[in-house]
Design a protein around this ligand. Structure first.
Ligand code: NAD
Ligand code: ZN
Length: 246
């Protein structure tokens, strides 16, 4: 049995109780750069220097300029076969939910219905004072001001050192604790607590399936490893699910 048939078999055996954790790598095939790796640098800055509350305090213009660039790339991008395959797997009853660390909107545009966003939404800005939120249609220019209290607004994303939205984290923990299969796709699994969620599946007797061209922090715990791009691997998994494999 090939690895894709093996994965399809495990997913079918889970009887609709498979959950996916996605990271920046799933959107790499749509042309959106990941944080880690050679494309992770913007000008001379690394994301670790820009995606922090301290960076925003120090230089909000610079941080917004970086977000302007990231939002413009996301607006130009389309969901790729990996996003689409996950949405189709959900529609067919093979996948319960997608939990994502991504702040882009490609899972939404691929029509995934059950989606837990752990790190917020880059297309939304929130007031640093009163918390009012605005969803962007166009790429913002400069530091936006809150329409209610005139304070500076920031991207509604979770920065390094900030806590995750509690409701999303609790839902994600429930999903991974009860899942029989955790598909871990395109994440280096070093950002916590997101990177450890699949371990909950493993602790409860389920399987971890990793899809990533490179080794990650979760590789030692994975039951099946597919060293392939997300768009290629998920298309093949969907094909195997649809095929007469049993
Ligand atoms: P990461 O940058 O740390 O890791 C990306 C992972 O994707 C790496 O392990 C890499 O080997 C893998 N990868 C690269 N190309 C791939 C492909 N074609 N198919 C499958 N895997 C591929 O990203 P992370 O683990 O998501 O964590 C970093 C943080 O980055 C997250 O909190 C997230 O919010 C943020 N982020 C989000 C986006 C986005 O929304 N698209 C983009 C960059 C960073
Ligand atoms: Zn405000």
């Amino acid at each position: 049995m090939g690895v894709y048939e093996e994965v399809a078999r495990l997913i079918k055996k889970s009887e609709g109780n498979a959950v996916a954790l996605t990271g920046a790598g799933i959107s790499a095939d749509s042309g959106i750069p990941t944080f880690r790796g050679k494309d992770g640098l913007w000008r001379k800055y690394s994301p670790q220097e820009l995606a922090t509350p301290e960076a925003f305090e120090r230089d909000p213009e610079l941080v917004w300029e970086w977000y302007e660039w990231r939002i413009s790339l996301i607006k130009k991008a389309d969901p790729n076969p990996a996003h689409l395959a996950l949405a189709e797997m959900e529609r067919l009853g093979y996948l319960r939910c997608v939990v994502t660390q991504n702040v882009d909107d490609l899972h939404e545009r691929a029509c995934t219905k059950c989606l837990v966003k752990l790190h917020g939404d880059i297309m939304t800005a929130k007031c640093t004072r009163c918390g009012f939120e605005v969803k962007w249609k166009e790429v913002p220019k400069g530091v936006p001001k809150c329409p209610l209290c005139c304070s500076p607004m920031r991207p509604a994303v979770v920065w390094f050192g900030e806590p995750l939205p509690m409701e999303a984290l609790i839902k994600a923990e429930e999903l991974f604790s009860s899942a029989k299969v955790a598909l871990v796709i395109g994440t280096s699994a070093v950002v916590q607590p997101a990177g450890s969620l699949p371990l909950l599946t493993k602790e409860n007797g389920g399987y971890i399936i990793e899809i990533n061209p490179d080794e990650t922090a979760l590789t030692p715990f994975a039951d099946v490893v597919i060293r392939e791009k997300a768009s290629v691997a998920l298309s093949k998994i969907l094909e195997s699910l649809l095929g007469e494999t049993e």
